[in-house]
Design a binder for this molecule. Structure first.
Ligand SMILES: Cc1cc2nc3c(=O)[nH]c(=O)nc-3n(C[C@H](O)[C@H](O)[C@H](O)COP(=O)(O)OP(=O)(O)OC[C@H]3O[C@@H](n4cnc5c(N)ncnc54)[C@H](O)[C@@H]3O)c2cc1C
Length: 491
């Protein structure tokens, strides 16, 4: 039976461990931290529970499919579909609810923006078409294997891409494309989806127009028990399948012999042999620290990183009736915000503020009448705060101005993460949330491959490699990696 060493218990590493063990492989997982979850860890503080990383759950079928690999060993996981994805607040007082039901959404567009909703609804249809046309090609297979590009497969993908559909927007930026609905606020709203992979809508290719379909078309979901239930389900399933977890065990080297992996060495000097090594750690430190004697793919490792964030976790004793699970308080000047993030490498004076209140769908996560607020502003990867107190009051002032809630007066507990904290807690290069940014038309091809062609038995999963960051793509990456393993290193 083949032996697999997985490095890192983030979503990608856990999902790969489940898939490999379900196939009958002997799997050991090495995690540097004392607990599993990576960016999706949790914090309990003063009677509140916070999910430290992801708050938005989309495309749940991928998680269900991963768990189903384990058959009767699958841990239970349940979730519900939300009736709305987000509440938006503009500085001029405009408010908009992104309802899941298309008819209600259409009426809300007309109400909030005083426009014919037709063009905006058509824009969403284009998003759905684009998603269906490209998912097989760009998301659900490796882009780097000859087997992905056989003439028959390529013809099938191209046929699917163009069959009965309108042309894909191949040459413009996402921002240009989002001018189509003909309203500045809708343009801003659709531009925000570039941040779902930490990119700049004013430079990112219009192909990112497929992202809104995940929310508006497929839906927004809430796991029962909060986002950490995703980690719990994967972890429990892996345990049920016999995966051996080594927590508090950083891997220091991926061991190779000639052009083949032979195992891993941990920081305490212990060696474990393996036929296959899968790094679920960020690809940059994987090459720089774990494979120092192998030539690193410099072009890929020097790619512009996606954004990071500063997150305030606040226990707030206030019912906040206007706030739902996901809320956005917009910046006055959205373009200036991205210029600050990507050009001046700083946080704009008036940043967009995202507020997630997990206890809206998991009431057990906060005392009654209170909320576990996850309040995030985008920050450049590697950003170091000169004065975090300044940013904190900017955010609090904005919340007071736009929602009428004085957080300072109702604050019960607090925790903060900066880009550097994210980097040191999860090994993510410069604290980037989604690996490299997708600011160029070629970005999809410049993500690192899932299989190293020079070192037999070495694979990569997780947000820094193909197909990208975010829970759904990390789960897809695990599926692609399993398929590659089956082909190149069968059990
Ligand atoms: C604040 C924040 C908000 C986000 N919001 C969303 C969201 O709403 N929706 C969404 O879908 N995604 C979101 N994301 C992105 C999502 O969290 C990530 O894309 C995904 O969780 C990354 O998973 P991963 O598999 O790459 O592993 P990671 O979570 O990056 O974990 C890697 C693991 O590897 C371990 N490790 C690293 N080096 C070693 C080593 N040498 N030896 C052993 N272990 C090692 C680390 O300790 C860590 O546990 C967010 C991320 C953050 C931080």
């Amino acid at each position: 039976m083949s032996t697999v060493a997985v490095i890192g218990a983030g979503i990608g590493g856990l999902a790969t461990a489940v898939r490999a063990a379900a196939e009958g492989r002997n799997v050991a997982l090495f995690e540097a931290a004392h607990e599993v979850g990576g960016k999706l860890r949790q914090l309990e503080l003063g009677g509140y529970r916070f999910d430290l990383g992801p708050s938005l759950f989309t495309w749940p079928d991928l998680l269900v499919e991963t768990l189903q690999q384990a058959g009767r060993h699958a841990a239970p996981f349940s979730f519900s579909k939300l009736d709305r994805s987000c509440h938006y607040f503009w500085p001029d007082g405009t408010r908009f609810t992104a309802w899941s039901d298309p008819e209600t959404l259409s009426k809300e567009i007309a109400r909030a923006f005083h426009v014919d909703p037709g063009p905006a609804m058509d824009h969403l249809e284009r998003s759905a078409e684009g998603f269906e046309a490209t998912r097989g090609l760009f998301l659900e297979q490796s882009l780097h294997e000859a087997t992905s590009w056989t003439p028959a497969k390529t013809a099938r993908h191209l046929r699917k891409a163009w069959q009965g559909r309108r042309a894909l927007p191949l040459t413009q930026t996402l921002d240009r494309w989002n001018a189509r609905p003909g309203h500045d606020k809708l343009r801003q709203l659709f531009n925000r989806y570039a941040t779902y992979n930490g990119s700049d809508p004013y430079r990112a290719p219009a192909m990112l127009h497929v992202i809104p379909h995940l929310e508006f078309g497929m839906g927004t979901f809430a796991p029962d028990g909060g986002m950490h239930a995703i980690v719990d389900a994967l972890y429990q399933t892996a345990l049920n399948l016999g995966v051996k977890f080594h927590l508090n065990t950083p891997v220091e080297r991926i061991l190779t012999e000639g052009k083949k992996v032979k195992g891993v060495r941990t920081a305490s000097g212990q060696e474990y042999s393996a036929d296959v090594v899968v790094s679920g750690a960020d690809v940059t430190p994987t090459y720089r620290r774990l494979l120092p004697e192998h030539k690193a793919p410099e072009r890929i490792l020097s790619a512009e990183p996606s954004t990071s964030g500063v997150i305030f976790y606040w226990g707030v004793r206030h019912p906040a009736p206007d706030l739902h699970l996901h809320n956005i308080l917009w910046a006055e000047d959205y373009r200036a915000e991205f210029d600050a993030l990507f050009k001046s490498k700083t946080i704009a004076a008036d940043p967009t503020v995202y507020i997630n209140i997990g206890s809206r769908t998991s009431p057990e996560d906060a005392p009654e009448g209170c909320g576990n607020w996850f309040v995030m502003v985008n920050a450049p990867a590697g950003w170091q705060p000169h004065d975090l107190a300044d940013l904190r009051s900017t955010v609090m002032d904005k919340i007071l101005r736009m929602t009428g809630i004085d957080v300072t007066a109702h604050l019960e507990c607090e925790h903060v993460l900066t880009p550097q904290d994210i980097a040191s807690r999860t090994g993510s290069h410069r604290g980037a949330l989604y690996g490299p940014a997708s600011n160029r038309p070629t970005s999809a091809f410049l993500r690192h491959r899932n299989r190293d062609r020079r070192i037999r038995g070495l694979y990569f999963v997780g947000g820094s490699v193909h197909p990208g960051g975010g829970i759904p793509l990390c789960l897809l990456g695990a599926r692609i990696t399993q398929e590659l393993m089956e082909h190149h290193d069968p059990c």
